[in-house]
Design a binder for this molecule. Structure first.
Ligand SMILES: [Zn+2]
Ligand SMILES: [Zn+2]
Length: 340
C-alpha cells in the first residue's frame, strides 16, 4: 500500500509500506477520501501532540470502506462505508469518568488517512467507527472530524437565540462554527481578512461580515454591530495569540470567549485583568472532540442544512499531498485527497 509518512519537520514522503492485516477486534479500511487542513500544515512544519514518533503517518479527517475485519468484530462488515474518527478515549481514566474525553489521559490517536489503506485499532473500532447514514457519502464524511470539534466548541458555551456571536476567522472551522451558531438561532458576525471567505460566510448563516485588519479597528467594528457593547459570545478560530487578545476585547461584559484556535507551541497572550474581574468575561478553550460529538456531527452532515461540500476543497491525488501542504498548489489548506 501507499501512504504519506512524516519523517520529521518539513519532510513528508509518499512511500510504499506493508499491507495491514487486522488482528482480533481490528478493522482494515480502504480509504475513499481524506481531507487536509491547517493542522496538517502545522504538523508538517513543527509537529503536533498527536505525533509521538517519526516516521509518522498523517491524515486525521478520512472515511473509507471496510476491507477486512479481525476476529470478534461484529459492528461492521467488509463492504460497509464508514467514518472513522482519528482518536478514541479510554473511557476509564480520571478525565473520561468526568465526561471530558477530549482530555483523556490515555487518548489513542489514529493518523493515516493519507494512504490507500488503514489499520483501525480495536479501541477505535469499539468507540469511534461509524457506519454512514443516508445523506452522507464517503467524500463528505471526513468533514465529521472538524465539525465534531466545532460541535464541542458550541456545546461548551451558552448560545442564545438573537445573540451576536463573533467568529474570528473564516476558514473551514470558522464557517462551521458560524453555521452551528446560526442553527441555534444566533446572529453570527464573521471576521476575516480575505474577501472570498467573507463571501462564503453568508452561505453558512453569517448575519454580518467584517473585513478584518487584525487590529483594534476590528474590535471597533464588532462594537459598532453590537450597540457598543461587544458580543455575548466570541469564538477565536485563527490560532494566533494576537487574535486571542482581540477576541477577549470583543466580548461584552458578562460575555464568553472560546479561544478555539490552537496556537504555536510555547506561545503566550496577555489579558487585561479588568476584562475578567470587572467585566466578568469568561475565558475558556475547547480541544478536539469526543465520540458523542462525532455522532452529532454525522447527524448534522446528514441533515444537509448548510453547503458542507463547499468546505472540501479541490480534489488531488496522494502523490500531490506534499506540494499541497507546502502551499505549492495554492494558499488554501483544504484539499480532498483521493488516494486510490
Ligand atoms: Zn483537521
Ligand atoms: Zn481516558
Amino acid at each position: 500500500m501507499r501512504a504519506a509518512r512524516l519523517h520529521g519537520p518539513g519532510d513528508l514522503r509518499i512511500e510504499t509500506v506493508p499491507d495491514p492485516t487486522p488482528g482480533a477486534g481490528e478493522v482494515v479500511l480502504t480509504i475513499a477520501a481524506a481531507l487536509s487542513c491547517a493542522t496538517d500544515v502545522k504538523s508538517l512544519a513543527h509537529g503536533h501532540p498527536s505525533i509521538a514518533t517519526y516516521p509518522s503517518p498523517l491524515g486525521h479527517e478520512f472515511a473509507g470502506v471496510v476491507q477486512a475485519v479481525g476476529a470478534g468484530v461484529e459492528s461492521v462488515s467488509p463492504g460497509d462505508a464508514v467514518f472513522c474518527a482519528d482518536s478514541a478515549p479510554c473511557g476509564v481514566c480520571f478525565q473520561c469518568r468526568r465526561g471530558r474525553e477530549s482530555l483523556c489521559e490515555d487518548l489513542l490517536y489514529l493518523l493515516g488517512g493519507f494512504g490507500t489503506s488503514l489499520l483501525v485499532p480495536e479501541r477505535v473500532v469499539r468507540t469511534n467507527l461509524h457506519p454512514l447514514a443516508a445523506g452522507v457519502d464517503l467524500r463528505l464524511a471526513p468533514l465529521a472530524e472538524p465539525l465534531a470539534c466545532a460541535v464541542h466548541a458550541l456545546d461548551a458555551v451558552d448560545v442564545q437565540p438573537e445573540d451576536a456571536v463573533v467568529v474570528l476567522g473564516g476558514g473551514s472551522l470558522g464557517l462551521m462554527l458560524c453555521a452551528l451558531a446560526a442553527t441555534a438561532g444566533a446572529r453570527p458576525i464573521v471576521l476575516d481578512p480575505h474577501d472570498e471567505r467573507l463571501a462564503r460566510a453568508a452561505d453558512f448563516g453569517a448575519a454580518e461580515t467584517v473585513n478584518a485588519e487584525g487590529g483594534t479597528a476590528d474590535v471597533a467594528a464588532v462594537r459598532a454591530l453590537t450597540e457598543g457593547r461587544g458580543a455575548p459570545l466570541v469564538i477565536e478560530a485563527v490560532g494566533r495569540p494576537e487574535a486571542w487578545e482581540l477576541a477577549v476585547a470583543m466580548a461584552c461584559p458578562g460575555g464568553t470567549v472560546n479561544l478555539f484556535g490552537g496556537c504555536a507551541r510555547d506561545t503566550t497572550f496577555t489579558v487585561p485583568t479588568e476584562r475578567v474581574h470587572y467585566h466578568e468575561v469568561t475565558l475558556l478553550g475547547t480541544y478536539h472532540h469526543a465520540p458523542r460529538y462525532i455522532a452529532r456531527a454525522l447527524e448534522i452532515l446528514a441533515e444537509g442544512r448548510w453547503p458542507w461540500r463547499d468546505l472540501c476543497g479541490p480534489v488531488i491525488g496522494l502523490e500531490e499531498l506534499p506540494d499541497a501542504l507546502a502551499g505549492r498548489l495554492g494558499r488554501h489548506p483544504k484539499f480532498t485527497v483521493i488516494p486510490q
